[in-house]
Write a protein that binds this ligand. Structure first.
Ligand code: ZN
Length: 702
């Protein structure tokens, strides 16, 4: 899932609106009541210049409401403090919901300028709330008497979230400790920024310019063209490659010239590890040691303990044994796969040992030989309209949902379609926008988001407004939109997130739908991908767009085998990153050991290749040192284990089994973040997840 950070923040701090716009804003469509179907945004009335004034008004209202909570002369209660904080913010949420959804899916220079202008105001307000000592006093007053309050479990969870949110930002610290906490936070932010800048600088510093066409041997035409474009854009003759993924990966996969592959590989893996201004080694030490100090200040043994206390996995011990278990299972397969590629390479003329820069190259050729099929072979069976019908039919069979296009709902671009979604009994469930095709104003990738989350406070049910945005090939006058298999999986994935949003049935919006722990949020999306290789489902819609013939069973079988190609090796790679991440963040004493020796110590047990001098993985491991994945990288594998384990229930009971689906809906999709995810999961599955189903699905089990 790819929610915009600011948007999730707004949901988190969900603050305040009341009636009454200030002068000059009466006619601002963003601030008016929307007399539209389901109060969807009136896109035809909203103009770019409406956003800044509307957000200013909404922010002022929001601040007034927070101040009203703080200055309330009555003693703090759950209703006048915790719930007041939660129910406020309709106006600000509504306006920022429109802004940030549009800024992702249909933006332009002016709208981007609006987003840049309001973002600091929004984060300033976010800080005003989250670091507000007076507000914390009232929250704490309620929290301290929670036992005597007779709260529902969901209210208790909301109170706990609110209180812990403050405490995790240092609200309980006093004097020196508080000061130190603030220093660490500032320094960590700067260090992470610097880490990322160094990686970027080093990525951009390298260019490989090829002037002899012979050196392009093996590279597909499209790759050559892109390389020529790149050279041209830099005012050079020839073909240029760099360390950006779209350039680097195809080069490593296809270039016959081994020396050049080695050169590219060494450049890639020595980023921020050279003796220059952009070296990240010292920064890594500083980051992990400061994270440890911060965790200690907040009463945790390690940074991993701090992070995982708010995750389904709960403790470093649990994550480590999870990684270890998968490692033991994957290792023999990874070794076998390694040997297979090494033998294949030798048979195809490789001299000497198989090196890292040979892996992608020979693997690609081996894969083509073993499971080769042309993407074009599959696409005719996946006409977009038919896939969409298949996906809707799946939701119908599982959850009884019905989708009806509603042309009265305004859309922000003619390519977007809006649906009313109904339950089996005819009651209204949700609005769903589908926005499939790329265009200039849309960012890449695919995502689900909401314009409005579901809530049900004081008996006032608000059904959600959900959007799914992708970048699938647009149909032409002569050819329909035909999806690749990956795109079918992407559709199912984002649709799974949207089901989490649409079927939500909680009281409070901050815990509704996808408002769950990070290592739980990909279960509803990834489980849907499992249907992509189920012949029984494919036969409902996957017919050749010209002949009407059903997708052949052998083709589906090939898809499955190709998906599992080198799954042992890939598993080991992912696990080694997870183990490395956990090692850096489970330290309980400051680290002084060299980055490279730390790295080798931790990652050697998953290593299959000889070491390459001058290469270091961690100095460019932005996920954990510049991004938000510290003590969280394991989450990728964790989510796979969950979705495979959960899907095994459907495998056992039938892939359209209504009772299993009903249980998944009631225990997981409807519950959002109102209970600990392990409780929810066990209620569905009857036990904690095990790795067996994943191993079986990936072919890592005899
Ligand atoms: Zn996702």
């Amino acid at each position: 899932m790819k929610k915009t950070i600011v948007l999730s923040m707004m949901i988190l701090f969900s603050i305040a609106s009341s009636q009454g716009a200030s002068e000059g804003t009466e006619s601002n469509p963003l601030l008016m009541k929307w007399n539209t179907p389901h109060e969807t945004a009136p896109f035809n009335l909203i103009k770019t210049e409406n956003f800044v004034p509307a957000i200013d008004v909404a922010l002022a209202e929001a601040r007034k409401d927070v101040d009203a909570i703080i200055n309330n002369p009555e003693p703090a209660t759950f209703q006048n403090t915790i719930e007041a904080l939660e129910v406020s913010g309709e106006q600000l949420d509504r306006v920022t919901g429109v802004l940030f959804n549009l800024n992702s899916a249909e933006t332009n220079k002016e709208l981007q300028a609006v987003a840049r202008e309001v973002s600091p105001k929004l984060s300033e307000f976010g800080n005003y709330v989250s670091l507000n000592e007076d507000l914390f006093k009232r929250v704490k007053a309620v929290y301290d008497k929670r036992e005597s309050l007779d709260l529902t479990p969901e209210q208790a969870k909301l109170l706990e979230n609110s209180y812990k949110g403050f405490v995790r930002r240092g609200a309980n610290l006093q004097g020196e400790a508080k000061k130190r906490y603030a220093e660490i936070t500032t320094e960590l932010a700067q260090l992470s920024l610097k880490f990322g800048e160094n990686v970027l600088e080093e990525t951009n510093a390298f260019e490989l310019l090829i002037t002899d066409e012979k050196d392009l041997s093996g590279l597909p035409e499209a790759v050559r063209e892109a390389a020529q474009q790149l050279a041209k854009s830099k005012g050079k003759e020839g073909w240029m490659f760099n360390l950006q993924y779209p350039s680097y990966l195809p080069f490593m996969k296809y270039a016959d010239n081994r020396e050049l592959r080695e050169k590219m590989y060494r450049a890639y893996t020595s980023r921020a590890f050279k003796d220059n201004d952009y070296n990240n080694e010292e920064i890594i030490h500083k980051i992990v040691n400061l994270r440890l100090e911060k965790a200690n200040l907040l009463g945790f043994k390690s940074h991993a303990d701090y992070v995982l206390s708010e995750r389904m996995a709960e403790t470093p011990e649990k994550v480590n044994s999870f990684l270890e278990e998968l490692h033991e299972a994957s290792k023999p397969y990874a070794e076998k796969e390694f040997k297979e590629v090494a033998d294949f390479a030798k048979a195809n003329g490789l001299k000497g040992d198989l090196q890292r820069w040979d892996w992608a190259y020979y693997s690609e050729k081996l894969k083509a030989e073993k499971y080769g099929f042309d993407e074009e072979e599959v696409k005719p069976y996946f006409q977009l309209e038919k896939v969409r019908e298949g996906v809707f039919e799946l939701a119908h069979r599982l959850y009884g949902l019905n989708f009806k296009e509603n042309k009265d709902i305004q859309v922000y671009h003619p390519d977007v379609t809006a649906y009313d979604v109904f339950n089996a009994d005819g009651s209204f469930l949700s609005v769903l926008y589908l926005d499939f095709f790329p265009r200039d104003g849309k960012r890449g990738g695919a995502w689900m988001n909401d314009f409005r989350a579901q809530s049900n406070i004081n008996g006032k049910m608000e059904r959600p407004i959900i959007t799914v945005v992708t970048n699938f090939t647009k149909p032409t006058e002569t050819k329909p939109s035909l999806l690749t298999f990956d795109e079918v999986e992407t559709f199912l994935h984002e649709f799974g997130h949207s089901l989490h949003g649409m079927l939500a049935n909680t009281v409070y919006p901050s815990m509704s739908g996808t408002g769950v722990y990070r290592d739980f949020v990909e279960l509803p999306s990834q489980i849907m991908e499992n249907w992509a290789t189920e012949k029984e489902w494919l036969d409902l819609f996957a017919v050749h767009y010209k002949t009407g013939e059903k997708i052949p069973a052998e083709l589906v079988d090939k898809l499955i085998k190709a998906r599992n190609f080198q799954s042992g090796y890939l598993s080991e790679r992912q696990l080694s990153f997870g183990m490395d991440d956990m090692a850096w963040h489970s330290i309980i004493k400051p680290v002084t050991e060299d980055v490279i020796s730390f790295e080798r110590r931790v990652m050697d047990k998953t290593e299959l290749f000889p070491h390459v001098d001058g290469s270091c993985f961690n100095t460019a491991f932005s996920h954990i040192f510049a991004g938000g994945y510290a003590a969280g990288y394991y989450g990728y594998k964790w989510a796979e284990v969950l979705d495979a384990d959960a899907f095994s229930m459907f495998k056992k009971n039938g892939i359209f089994d209504k009772a299993t689906a009903e249980s998944f809906r009631k225990n997981i999709l409807e519950k959002g973040g109102t209970q600990h995810p392990m409780e929810l999961y066990k209620a569905f599955r009857g036990q904690e997840p095990t790795v067996d189903a994943l191993l079986e699905r990936s072919g890592l089990k005899e």
